[in-house]
Write a protein that binds this ligand. Sequence first.
Ligand code: MG
Ligand code: MG
Length: 281
Amino acid sequence: MMCSWRCALRLESVNRVIHLRTQEEIDVIARGGKIIANLLAEIAPRVVPGVSTADLDIFCDEYILSHDGAVPVFKGLYGFPGSVCTSVNEEVVHGIPSPSRILASGDIVSVDVGVRLAAWCSDSAWTFLVGEVDDAVHGLLEITEKALGVAIEAAKPGNHVGDIGAAVIATVEGKSYAIVRDLVGHGVGREVHEEPQIPNIGRPGHGPLLREGMVLAIEPMLSAGSPEIRTLDDGWTVITADKALSAHFEHTVAVTAQGPKVLTTLESSFHTVSTTTTTTA
Ligand code: MG
Ligand code: MG
């Protein structure tokens, strides 16, 4: 079986060191994060019917490489062929960009971007609507983005990793969506996937203690149907088992004494993500 982000994380968890980063290191991660934030803003108007996922990949690749010293970190990572992951509709994560995957009105597509700049990584993903999309689909994206926002709020010193997952659960509870439990967020640093794992389910006060200097990729993934997933024969693309639509939002966040600091936004502010940002094409 080809390796996925998932099994890579399992292998890595043999080494359970959770690194703490200096302010200078966090500043470099934020510089890479800003490239991703600008890229996702540039991508938004390009996610339209008739565009292929390879078109998006080429745009992202050229955009990242146009910044001195920045490289698309997913390219070649565990053998992944694209520069970014483009996951359409029932695809949860790790969709391989393809010239034959043409986006149509009514689709949704998540674009997951990793950048390495000056030896430090950052990681962010956004799900975009393509053309005219049903109201129910808007709801899936809104709740997933909201889950990201509350999960980020929980990423402060003194809390535990379980508080992040608990925040996702509290946001999704009572809604007709399921949390994809078998995929997790992660620490980010010199490698794009480091300890600790950040599950999207959890119990308050449980799991590793969050400490100032941790840098975490927080990334809730929701399904409009079953939470179960499976990997396609390409060895990469993870889909919902029942082919229900899936949405994915991700930010890289530093745990600081002042609270969670989002490093993959244009503002790099201490505030959480807005719920009114560009989810429409
Ligand atoms: Mg990502
Ligand atoms: Mg990630």
